[in-house]
Design a protein around this ligand. Structure first.
Ligand code: 6CS
Ligand code: FE
Length: 314
Protein backbone atom coordinates (compact mmCIF):
# COMPACT_ATOMS: atom_id res chain seq x y z
CA UNK A 1 0.00 0.00 0.00
CA UNK A 2 1.54 3.39 -0.99
CA UNK A 3 2.24 5.92 1.75
CA UNK A 4 -0.55 8.33 0.80
CA UNK A 5 -3.13 5.55 0.57
CA UNK A 6 -1.91 4.27 3.92
CA UNK A 7 -2.14 7.79 5.33
CA UNK A 8 -5.66 8.31 4.04
CA UNK A 9 -6.64 4.83 5.19
CA UNK A 10 -5.22 5.54 8.64
CA UNK A 11 -7.04 8.86 8.70
CA UNK A 12 -10.31 6.96 8.25
CA UNK A 13 -9.57 4.65 11.14
CA UNK A 14 -11.67 5.90 14.04
CA UNK A 15 -9.06 6.35 16.75
CA UNK A 16 -11.60 7.88 19.13
CA UNK A 17 -14.87 5.89 18.78
CA UNK A 18 -17.70 7.64 20.63
CA UNK A 19 -21.51 7.51 20.66
CA UNK A 20 -21.39 3.88 19.62
CA UNK A 21 -24.34 2.73 21.85
CA UNK A 22 -21.96 1.40 24.47
CA UNK A 23 -21.45 2.83 27.96
CA UNK A 24 -19.29 5.93 28.26
CA UNK A 25 -15.67 5.31 29.20
CA UNK A 26 -12.23 6.88 29.19
CA UNK A 27 -9.97 6.14 26.24
CA UNK A 28 -6.26 6.91 26.06
CA UNK A 29 -5.23 10.11 24.30
CA UNK A 30 -3.12 8.97 21.34
CA UNK A 31 -1.95 12.43 20.27
CA UNK A 32 0.56 14.94 21.63
CA UNK A 33 -0.69 18.10 23.33
CA UNK A 34 2.18 20.43 22.46
CA UNK A 35 3.38 19.23 19.04
CA UNK A 36 6.41 21.49 18.87
CA UNK A 37 9.58 19.99 20.27
CA UNK A 38 11.76 23.01 19.53
CA UNK A 39 10.84 25.60 22.15
CA UNK A 40 13.61 28.02 21.23
CA UNK A 41 12.25 31.50 20.40
CA UNK A 42 8.77 30.28 21.36
CA UNK A 43 6.01 32.96 21.24
CA UNK A 44 4.90 31.96 24.76
CA UNK A 45 6.77 31.38 28.03
CA UNK A 46 7.99 27.99 29.30
CA UNK A 47 5.44 28.32 32.13
CA UNK A 48 2.61 28.74 29.60
CA UNK A 49 3.89 25.83 27.49
CA UNK A 50 4.03 23.62 30.57
CA UNK A 51 0.57 24.71 31.76
CA UNK A 52 -0.90 23.94 28.34
CA UNK A 53 0.77 20.52 28.30
CA UNK A 54 -0.26 19.59 31.83
CA UNK A 55 -3.59 21.38 32.32
CA UNK A 56 -4.78 21.85 28.73
CA UNK A 57 -5.04 25.64 28.77
CA UNK A 58 -3.40 28.96 29.65
CA UNK A 59 -4.28 32.65 29.49
CA UNK A 60 -2.64 35.33 27.32
CA UNK A 61 -3.16 38.61 29.18
CA UNK A 62 -3.49 42.06 27.57
CA UNK A 63 -3.23 40.86 24.00
CA UNK A 64 -5.53 43.55 22.65
CA UNK A 65 -5.52 47.25 23.57
CA UNK A 66 -8.56 49.08 24.92
CA UNK A 67 -9.02 50.66 21.49
CA UNK A 68 -8.94 47.25 19.79
CA UNK A 69 -11.35 45.80 22.36
CA UNK A 70 -13.66 48.75 21.70
CA UNK A 71 -13.56 47.95 17.97
CA UNK A 72 -14.40 44.28 18.65
CA UNK A 73 -17.23 45.25 21.00
CA UNK A 74 -18.71 47.66 18.44
CA UNK A 75 -18.54 44.96 15.79
CA UNK A 76 -20.17 42.32 17.97
CA UNK A 77 -22.96 44.78 18.71
CA UNK A 78 -23.35 45.55 15.00
CA UNK A 79 -23.62 41.85 14.20
CA UNK A 80 -26.04 41.36 17.07
CA UNK A 81 -28.32 44.14 15.80
CA UNK A 82 -27.74 43.58 12.10
CA UNK A 83 -30.70 42.77 9.93
CA UNK A 84 -30.08 39.34 8.46
CA UNK A 85 -31.95 37.20 6.08
CA UNK A 86 -34.78 35.61 8.05
CA UNK A 87 -33.87 32.26 9.53
CA UNK A 88 -30.13 32.80 9.22
CA UNK A 89 -29.03 29.45 10.62
CA UNK A 90 -25.73 30.83 11.89
CA UNK A 91 -27.61 32.83 14.53
CA UNK A 92 -28.43 30.57 17.45
CA UNK A 93 -31.01 31.57 20.06
CA UNK A 94 -31.39 30.40 23.63
CA UNK A 95 -33.82 27.54 24.13
CA UNK A 96 -37.35 28.78 24.68
CA UNK A 97 -36.84 32.47 23.94
CA UNK A 98 -35.48 34.81 21.37
CA UNK A 99 -32.35 35.77 23.28
CA UNK A 100 -29.38 35.56 20.92
CA UNK A 101 -26.94 32.90 22.17
CA UNK A 102 -24.28 32.66 19.45
CA UNK A 103 -23.40 33.75 15.93
CA UNK A 104 -21.22 31.30 14.00
CA UNK A 105 -18.74 31.91 11.17
CA UNK A 106 -18.10 35.50 12.22
CA UNK A 107 -14.69 35.36 10.50
CA UNK A 108 -16.55 34.86 7.22
CA UNK A 109 -19.07 37.70 7.58
CA UNK A 110 -17.07 40.36 9.40
CA UNK A 111 -13.80 41.96 8.34
CA UNK A 112 -13.04 42.83 11.96
CA UNK A 113 -13.43 39.21 13.09
CA UNK A 114 -11.51 37.99 10.06
CA UNK A 115 -8.68 40.25 11.22
CA UNK A 116 -9.03 38.88 14.75
CA UNK A 117 -8.75 35.30 13.48
CA UNK A 118 -5.65 36.10 11.42
CA UNK A 119 -4.07 38.35 14.05
CA UNK A 120 -0.34 37.50 14.08
CA UNK A 121 -0.28 37.26 17.89
CA UNK A 122 -2.89 34.46 17.83
CA UNK A 123 -1.78 32.73 14.64
CA UNK A 124 1.84 32.50 15.81
CA UNK A 125 0.79 30.77 19.04
CA UNK A 126 -1.54 28.34 17.24
CA UNK A 127 1.09 27.39 14.68
CA UNK A 128 3.67 26.93 17.46
CA UNK A 129 1.54 24.63 19.64
CA UNK A 130 0.23 22.58 16.71
CA UNK A 131 3.51 22.72 14.78
CA UNK A 132 1.70 23.12 11.50
CA UNK A 133 0.02 25.58 9.24
CA UNK A 134 -3.55 26.09 10.45
CA UNK A 135 -6.97 26.99 9.11
CA UNK A 136 -10.13 28.18 10.85
CA UNK A 137 -12.29 25.16 11.64
CA UNK A 138 -14.95 27.31 13.32
CA UNK A 139 -15.52 30.78 14.74
CA UNK A 140 -18.35 32.05 16.87
CA UNK A 141 -19.50 34.83 19.16
CA UNK A 142 -21.03 33.56 22.39
CA UNK A 143 -23.00 36.49 23.74
CA UNK A 144 -24.14 35.15 27.11
CA UNK A 145 -26.11 38.36 27.68
CA UNK A 146 -27.00 39.74 31.09
CA UNK A 147 -30.03 38.40 33.00
CA UNK A 148 -30.85 35.63 30.50
CA UNK A 149 -27.57 34.12 29.22
CA UNK A 150 -27.85 30.35 29.55
CA UNK A 151 -25.20 27.75 30.43
CA UNK A 152 -22.98 25.65 28.17
CA UNK A 153 -22.90 22.21 29.76
CA UNK A 154 -19.64 20.24 30.25
CA UNK A 155 -18.19 18.82 27.05
CA UNK A 156 -15.05 18.21 25.01
CA UNK A 157 -15.21 20.12 21.73
CA UNK A 158 -13.04 17.47 20.07
CA UNK A 159 -15.60 14.75 20.82
CA UNK A 160 -18.12 16.67 18.74
CA UNK A 161 -15.69 17.77 16.05
CA UNK A 162 -14.43 14.20 15.70
CA UNK A 163 -17.80 12.44 15.67
CA UNK A 164 -19.87 15.04 13.80
CA UNK A 165 -17.26 16.81 11.65
CA UNK A 166 -14.80 13.99 11.00
CA UNK A 167 -11.80 15.69 12.60
CA UNK A 168 -9.35 12.75 12.75
CA UNK A 169 -6.90 13.63 15.53
CA UNK A 170 -6.42 15.96 18.49
CA UNK A 171 -4.42 18.62 16.66
CA UNK A 172 -6.63 21.69 17.09
CA UNK A 173 -7.17 24.37 19.71
CA UNK A 174 -9.59 27.13 20.64
CA UNK A 175 -8.87 30.73 21.55
CA UNK A 176 -11.56 32.48 23.55
CA UNK A 177 -11.10 36.26 23.27
CA UNK A 178 -12.81 38.09 26.13
CA UNK A 179 -14.88 40.97 24.76
CA UNK A 180 -16.43 41.88 28.12
CA UNK A 181 -15.44 41.24 31.73
CA UNK A 182 -15.43 37.50 32.42
CA UNK A 183 -15.90 37.55 36.19
CA UNK A 184 -16.61 34.76 38.65
CA UNK A 185 -20.30 35.66 38.78
CA UNK A 186 -21.34 36.17 35.17
CA UNK A 187 -20.72 32.67 33.80
CA UNK A 188 -17.00 32.54 32.95
CA UNK A 189 -15.42 29.69 31.01
CA UNK A 190 -14.75 26.79 33.41
CA UNK A 191 -12.17 24.12 32.58
CA UNK A 192 -11.23 20.79 34.15
CA UNK A 193 -7.41 20.90 34.32
CA UNK A 194 -5.84 17.73 32.93
CA UNK A 195 -9.10 16.51 31.37
CA UNK A 196 -7.55 16.87 27.90
CA UNK A 197 -5.27 13.89 28.59
CA UNK A 198 -8.09 11.35 28.40
CA UNK A 199 -10.78 11.03 25.74
CA UNK A 200 -14.30 10.65 27.14
CA UNK A 201 -16.03 8.28 24.74
CA UNK A 202 -19.73 9.04 25.18
CA UNK A 203 -22.73 6.73 25.02
CA UNK A 204 -25.76 6.99 22.75
CA UNK A 205 -25.99 7.75 19.06
CA UNK A 206 -25.90 11.07 17.22
CA UNK A 207 -29.45 12.16 16.31
CA UNK A 208 -30.20 13.45 12.80
CA UNK A 209 -29.43 17.19 12.47
CA UNK A 210 -28.12 17.11 16.01
CA UNK A 211 -26.58 20.59 15.65
CA UNK A 212 -30.04 22.16 15.52
CA UNK A 213 -30.39 21.34 19.21
CA UNK A 214 -26.80 20.85 20.43
CA UNK A 215 -25.77 24.46 19.76
CA UNK A 216 -28.62 25.56 22.03
CA UNK A 217 -28.39 22.79 24.61
CA UNK A 218 -26.06 19.83 24.11
CA UNK A 219 -27.41 16.43 25.23
CA UNK A 220 -25.36 13.96 23.16
CA UNK A 221 -21.59 13.85 23.38
CA UNK A 222 -21.82 14.91 27.02
CA UNK A 223 -19.65 13.08 29.59
CA UNK A 224 -21.71 11.24 32.24
CA UNK A 225 -21.69 12.37 35.87
CA UNK A 226 -19.35 9.65 37.12
CA UNK A 227 -16.62 10.46 34.58
CA UNK A 228 -17.04 14.21 35.17
CA UNK A 229 -16.71 13.52 38.91
CA UNK A 230 -13.48 11.62 38.31
CA UNK A 231 -12.05 14.43 36.14
CA UNK A 232 -13.01 17.09 38.69
CA UNK A 233 -11.64 15.05 41.60
CA UNK A 234 -8.38 14.43 39.70
CA UNK A 235 -7.72 17.96 38.49
CA UNK A 236 -10.18 20.33 40.10
CA UNK A 237 -12.22 23.03 38.37
CA UNK A 238 -10.85 26.40 37.21
CA UNK A 239 -13.12 29.32 36.33
CA UNK A 240 -11.15 31.79 34.24
CA UNK A 241 -11.71 35.42 35.17
CA UNK A 242 -10.53 37.19 32.06
CA UNK A 243 -10.33 40.91 31.36
CA UNK A 244 -11.52 42.23 27.99
CA UNK A 245 -8.68 41.79 25.52
CA UNK A 246 -7.24 38.67 27.14
CA UNK A 247 -7.29 35.27 25.45
CA UNK A 248 -7.87 31.80 26.89
CA UNK A 249 -6.03 29.21 24.78
CA UNK A 250 -7.33 25.67 25.32
CA UNK A 251 -6.75 22.25 23.80
CA UNK A 252 -9.51 20.81 21.60
CA UNK A 253 -10.07 17.98 24.09
CA UNK A 254 -10.12 20.01 27.32
CA UNK A 255 -13.47 19.47 29.05
CA UNK A 256 -15.11 22.82 29.68
CA UNK A 257 -18.44 24.49 30.25
CA UNK A 258 -19.92 27.66 31.74
CA UNK A 259 -22.79 28.58 34.01
CA UNK A 260 -25.70 30.81 33.15
CA UNK A 261 -25.55 34.55 33.64
CA UNK A 262 -28.23 36.26 35.74
CA UNK A 263 -26.11 39.32 36.45
CA UNK A 264 -26.82 42.48 34.44
CA UNK A 265 -23.35 42.24 32.87
CA UNK A 266 -22.85 40.28 29.60
CA UNK A 267 -20.08 37.71 29.31
CA UNK A 268 -19.37 37.94 25.59
CA UNK A 269 -16.46 36.08 24.02
CA UNK A 270 -15.24 35.45 20.50
CA UNK A 271 -14.02 31.89 19.85
CA UNK A 272 -11.59 31.07 17.06
CA UNK A 273 -10.85 27.38 16.46
CA UNK A 274 -7.55 26.62 14.72
CA UNK A 275 -7.16 23.18 13.18
CA UNK A 276 -3.92 21.84 11.73
CA UNK A 277 -3.88 21.73 7.98
CA UNK A 278 -2.76 18.10 8.22
CA UNK A 279 -5.77 17.31 10.41
CA UNK A 280 -8.44 18.55 8.07
CA UNK A 281 -11.94 17.22 8.57
CA UNK A 282 -13.18 14.27 6.52
CA UNK A 283 -16.35 12.21 6.56
CA UNK A 284 -18.09 12.39 9.96
CA UNK A 285 -17.56 9.31 12.11
CA UNK A 286 -21.26 9.20 13.07
CA UNK A 287 -22.61 8.22 9.65
CA UNK A 288 -24.64 11.42 9.43
CA UNK A 289 -24.33 14.04 6.66
CA UNK A 290 -21.60 16.66 7.30
CA UNK A 291 -22.66 19.66 9.38
CA UNK A 292 -23.15 22.98 7.56
CA UNK A 293 -20.21 25.14 6.52
CA UNK A 294 -21.01 27.85 9.08
CA UNK A 295 -20.24 25.35 11.86
CA UNK A 296 -17.39 23.43 10.24
CA UNK A 297 -15.14 24.75 7.47
CA UNK A 298 -14.97 22.09 4.79
CA UNK A 299 -15.05 23.77 1.38
CA UNK A 300 -12.28 26.35 1.73
CA UNK A 301 -9.42 24.73 3.65
CA UNK A 302 -6.08 26.48 3.08
CA UNK A 303 -3.26 27.70 5.36
CA UNK A 304 -4.27 30.89 7.14
CA UNK A 305 -1.96 33.83 6.43
CA UNK A 306 -0.99 36.43 9.02
CA UNK A 307 -3.23 39.46 8.74
CA UNK A 308 -2.81 43.09 9.71
CA UNK A 309 -4.21 42.62 13.19
CA UNK A 310 -7.36 43.89 14.90
CA UNK A 311 -8.15 47.54 14.04
CA UNK A 312 -8.33 50.11 16.82
CA UNK A 313 -11.46 52.11 17.37
CA UNK A 314 -11.23 55.77 18.22
O1 6CS B 1 -20.74 21.69 18.17
C1 6CS B 1 -19.88 22.56 18.18
O2 6CS B 1 -19.01 22.69 17.31
C2 6CS B 1 -19.99 23.58 19.29
N1 6CS B 1 -20.48 23.03 20.50
C3 6CS B 1 -19.96 23.33 21.69
C4 6CS B 1 -20.74 23.00 22.90
N2 6CS B 1 -18.75 23.85 21.82
C5 6CS B 1 -17.93 23.88 20.61
C6 6CS B 1 -18.72 24.34 19.46
O3 6CS B 1 -19.08 25.65 19.57
FE1 FE C 1 -17.21 24.13 23.57
Amino acid sequence: MTADIAASASSRIDHYPSRRSIPARFLERLDPVVYTRDVNDAPITPVQINQYEEQGFFVLEDIFSDAQVKCLQKEQQRLRMSEVNPGDEARIHEPGDNTLRSIFAVHAVSNVFARLASDPQLLTVARFLLEDEVYIHQSRLNYKPGFRGRDFYWHSDFETWHVEDGMPRMRALSMSVALTENSFNNGPLMLLPGSHKRFVACSGNTPENHFRESLRKQEYGVPPDDLLMQLANDGGIVAVDAKPGSVVVFDCNAVHGSNGNITPFPRSNAFIVYNSISNRVGEPYCNRPPRPEYICTRRSISPLKKGEGVPASE
